[in-house]
Design a binder for this molecule. Structure first.
Ligand code: ATP
Length: 480
């Protein structure tokens, strides 16, 4: 799949058919750990609410890895998802020693599910430290790029690199999605949370994209906030937030924090949205510690299914189930994660929700969620830029003084400025090797750019006679 295939080209529509006219088929993956229990509970409630849906049950996760499927997702599951386009999924585990990546991440990447939407809402009587604080916010997490793009490697044992890949295209996509989401669901403000003060190019790109796009959405109050301050503010004053849009890893962490504000992982739903496919799943994992014991809270999965119903246009079914769920909490009926003293089992809680289908919960307003119609996002044109030098990673046990001396000789012979030497990201100025590792970033900057391929190869050839080099990167400037 080309990177650009990860992103929608036009409108995001769940289906061309009117889902109410004929039953919509949904791929159901029960998953691992507590997955079977929470998915069973959710399907029982959907069936009891007469949702016009057909379930197509498929496999993925632990058993598939153990059966030798390296991705954890069998081909027939992928084929079924391509047909149904909507997935209700339990948590998937990767057993130690089988497969390097998570089947969850594989599915998100395979279907280009670029936006992860995590609503955070108070339900009546659900205990939390913030139960008296009005909280109703949505975290929108970029779902494909960042450190989770999975580009990790080692040049030598004991030292590993991971690439934080952020594109303007990906930033524009997720920020546009967030603004469109705010517009459609009548939300008034969005905070973009980044670490742009330190990671100026990568996280800074997300901030710049957010700020540039804000001019197209004058009705929405757009503010940038540094991610660590955002974490602090979420705990001291969560009511100030309406929506948060953020990069992949920040979003992963922040959205677990926000679920803790309103009662924990047991009640945190999510939607993964892509061009053709949408996948609805609880934020929590397989929770093997409580699996098979009727201890799991199915609320996160039920709320994910409610988002799914809204996505395919079944708002009436969604409202009915959400009111029944809220009324169940209103009547103080809960699983043990929320109320250990009078805990209901997973099945008893499910029955309690089913018994309340058709009830209206006093003072409760159901949530809103809709498919987003994305305006076209242009693909940036290729700009080769002007190369003015190279960064070379060398591996050496020599002293900093010896390395600097030898590299400066090579730099001078190749028309470069004195070399800049970095160890663990820190500029090396002293001859002391204290706290240094045997991997060095050496920056060669040409005195007379452009520094073309011919210059680069000549320099690297000379370098190779003295040092083992592991990586070369071109340093470029662009007309931006
Ligand atoms: P994974 O590695 O798949 O993420 P995990 O057990 O490390 O799984 P989670 O499943 O996300 O992490 O949850 C952490 C803990 O929170 C669990 O061990 C469990 O005790 C509790 N928990 C999570 N989900 C639920 C739930 N739906 N109902 C009750 N408790 C839950």
């Amino acid at each position: 799949m080309k990177p650009s295939d990860n992103y929608p080209k036009g409108d995001l529509k769940p289906t061309d058919k009117n889902p109410m006219a004929s039953p919509q088929h949904i791929t159901v993956i029960a998953g691992d750990g507590i997955g079977q229990e929470v998915v069973d509970a959710t399907l029982q409630i959907l069936d009891a609410a007469s949702a016009p849906l057909n379930w197509v049950h498929c496999q993925a996760g632990e058993a598939c890895f153990r059966n030798g499927i390296a991705t954890g997702v069998p081909e027939d599951t992928l084929a079924t998802i391509k047909q149904t386009k909507v997935v209700l999924k339990g948590p998937l585990s990767t057993p130690v020693g089988f497969g390097e990546r998570s089947a969850n991440v594989y599915l998100r990447k395979y279907f280009g599910l670029f936006a992860n939407v995590r609503p955070v809402k108070q339900y009546p009587n659900v205990p939390s430290l913030f139960k008296d604080t009005p909280i109703d916010l949505v975290v929108i997490r970029e779902n494909i790029e960042d450190l989770y793009a999975g580009i990790e490697y080692s040049h030598q044992p004991g030292i590993a690199h991971s690439i934080k890949l952020i594109s303007e295209y990906g930033c524009n996509y997720i920020n546009t999605f967030a603004y469109e989401y705010a517009k459609l669901t009548q939300r008034k403000s969005i905070h973009c949370a980044t670490k742009a003060n330190i990671l100026k190019k990568t996280e800074g790109m997300m901030k710049r994209s957010f700020e540039q796009l804000s001019t197209q959405y004058p009705g929405i109050n757009a503010k940038h906030m540094i991610i660590d301050n955002c974490a602090h503010q979420l705990v001291v004053n969560p009511s100030q937030f309406d929506m948060i849009v953020t990069t992949n890893m920040n979003g992963d962490i922040i959205s677990d924090l926000t679920s803790g504000l309103v009662g924990g992982l047991g009640i945190a739903p999510s939607a993964n949205i892509g061009q053709d496919v949408a996948m609805f799943e609880a934020v929590h994992g397989a929770a093997p510690d409580i699996a098979g014991q009727q201890l799991a809270n199915p609320t996160a999965m039920i709320l994910s299914a409610i988002m799914m119903c809204r996505y395919i246009g079944m708002d009436d079914v969604a409202d009915t189930i959400e009111h029944a769920l809220a009324k169940t909490f209103y009547d103080s009926k809960m699983t043990g994660d929320l109320n250990p003293t009078s805990a209901l089992s997973t099945n008893a809680f499910t029955t309690a929700v089913i018994e309340r289908l058709g009830d209206t919960c006093p003072g409760f307003t159901p949530s809103s969620f809709k498919p987003i119609h994305m305006p076209p996002i242009s693909t940036p044109s290729i700009q080769p830029g002007t190369c003015h030098g190279i960064d070379v990673v060398i591996i050496s046990d020599h002293s900093p003084t010896d390395i600097a001396h030898e590299l400066n000789r090579i730099a001078t012979a190749n028309g470069c400025e004195p070399v800049e030497l970095f160890n663990r990201g820190k500029a090396v100025h002293s001859p002391e090797k204290d706290q240094m590792i045997s991997q060095w970033f050496c920056r060669f900057t040409s005195k007379h750019p452009p520094f073309d391929n011919h210059h680069i190869l000549k320099l690297v050839n000379e370098l190779s006679e003295h040092y083992h080099w592991a990586q070369i990167e071109k340093l470029c400037t662009f007309n931006e």
